[in-house]
Write a protein of this length. Structure first.
Length: 254
């Protein structure tokens, strides 16, 4: 499989790094040169192929558009007449509207990956037009499966999937920072606090995945009667921890 990129910013680079980590040959990845030379620097760093024009991108089986949403329309204007294949946008767009505008031998899909795709531990939600062929769907989903879990979802749910997978890591980062502050306040040095917290989060997530138990059940297993953990849980409830997360997701998804 050969993959092209228009846009080599944060998400574009995360996808490129993930594909290389997954074993894709750098000669099978092409990026379109950019006005500010970002793509040129990325191509040089990872020894990728560099496209001088949109027509060069026909090299790719799947073309990923990873530009700011406001730039998508301009990019699609170029691709309508120059690209013949599968276009996947991480920048939004309307599936039906854009597919109608494309030639018969081109098709448009949408994907929302999160940044852990760079470690092949990501989550990507993908949406296709209803008439998309199974072969094209398989090609796109197989590509993103190299980078982690993939969920094929209706277009109207793409936003909330993207919010849960793509926005909440920032919430977890804030959680880690707050826990570190608490650890430092109580005598643990900063560097060690982050080592403990990141391993705790990793182990907790792995236990949840491996056991298949409800999170509430796992919580109950470590909250002994009258113990320190249940006192902490009660304080989280008192200070609105659950509601803060629910409201944060709601705000991010609006």
């Amino acid at each position: 499989m050969k993959v092209g990129f228009v846009g080599a910013g944060q998400i574009g680079q995360a996808l490129i790094q993930g594909l290389l980590t997954a074993g894709m040959n750098n000669n099978d990845i092409m990026v379109l040169q950019s006005q500010h030379a970002t793509a040129q620097k990325v191509a040089e760093k990872y020894q990728l192929q560099l496209a001088d024009s949109y027509s060069d991108l026909n090299f790719s089986d799947v073309l990923i558009i990873a530009v700011p949403a406001k730039a998508l329309a301009d990019v699609m204007d170029h691709l309508k007449t120059s690209y013949h294949g599968i276009i996947v946008s991480t920048s939004g767009g309307d599936l039906k509207q854009i597919n109608v505008q494309l030639p018969v031998d081109a098709t448009f899909a949408k994907a929302v990956p999160n940044t852990p795709v760079k470690l092949d531990s990501g989550i990507t939600a993908v949406s296709f037009i209803e008439t998309e062929s199974q072969a094209n769907q398989d090609l796109v989903t197989d590509l993103f499966k190299k980078l982690g879990q993939v969920y094929v979802v209706p277009e109207n749910l793409l936003g909330i999937y993207g919010t849960i997978a793509g926005c909440t890591p920032a919430f977890i980062d804030m959680l880690m920072e707050a826990l570190s502050d608490a650890a430092v306040m109580n005598g643990i040095n900063r560097a060690q606090s982050y080592q403990i917290i990141t391993q705790m989060l990793l182990g907790t997530a792995q236990l949840a995945q491996a056991s298949g138990k409800h999170p509430g059940e796992l919580k109950d297993e470590v909250t002994t009667p009258g113990g320190s953990t249940i006192r902490g849980v009660a304080k989280l409830e008192e200070t609105g921890f659950r509601n803060a997360l629910i409201q944060a997701v709601k705000a991010a998804n609006e």
